[in-house]
Design a protein. Structure first.
Length: 185
């Protein structure tokens, strides 16, 4: 897929606008957060030149423009297809960074995957599930800035929040909002 100059400028403008706007969406569930607390996250897509440093949650509410910008950043870079990202996945990333004691600055290897991309990757590797949560916007493969992936896995496992996969040879960690389970690839 090639990007015209106009498309790059338009996408950059959308990401900038989303960073600047603070409109709120549905309440977040669960963690008893301070009603005025902002949750920020930095995501760097390793397959595109895009990165995003954005407040995705304000107290108990998610920021819709932030979720929209994150959806663009985490799109299937092979097809350009987008899918809503589970806000609980962003909370999971934020919380695991807090548990480690570092800022939530993540390099993203894979976010959303279209069914076509997932099928192609599944054919190439036994480490890709045929019904991956990546296709539902509920999974992400990442590295956390300044943290060894083995340490990230240990902290995520201690949280017992969702799926945790460690791909040591490829140096990344898979996190998802499914049931708690773990594996090594």
């Amino acid at each position: 897929m090639s990007w015209s100059r106009r498309r790059v400028v338009k996408t950059g403008g959308l990401l900038a606008a989303a960073s600047a706007v603070g409109v709120l969406i549905r309440p977040a569930h669960g963690r008893g957060q301070d009603s005025d607390a902002l949750k920020r996250i930095t995501l760097k897509n390793l397959h595109t030149p895009e990165s995003l440093d954005i407040a995705f949650r304000h107290g108990e509410a998610y920021v819709p423009d932030a979720l929209a910008a994150i959806q663009v950043l985490l799109r299937d870079y092979r097809t350009g297809e987008q899918h809503p990202i589970d806000p609980a996945l962003l909370d999971y990333l934020y919380d695991v960074a807090q548990t480690v004691g570092v800022a939530p600055v993540f390099s993203v290897i894979s976010g959303y995957r279209s069914p076509q991309t997932n099928a192609m990757l599944h054919e190439r590797s036994g480490g890709v599930a045929s019904h991956s949560l990546h296709m539902e916007g509920r999974a992400i493969d990442v590295r956390l800035a300044g943290v060894d992936c083995a340490d990230l896995v240990d902290k995520a496992l201690g949280m017992r929040c969702g799926g945790v996969g460690y791909y040591r040879r490829s140096n990344f960690v898979h996190l998802d909002t499914g049931r708690f389970r773990t594996w090594r690839g």
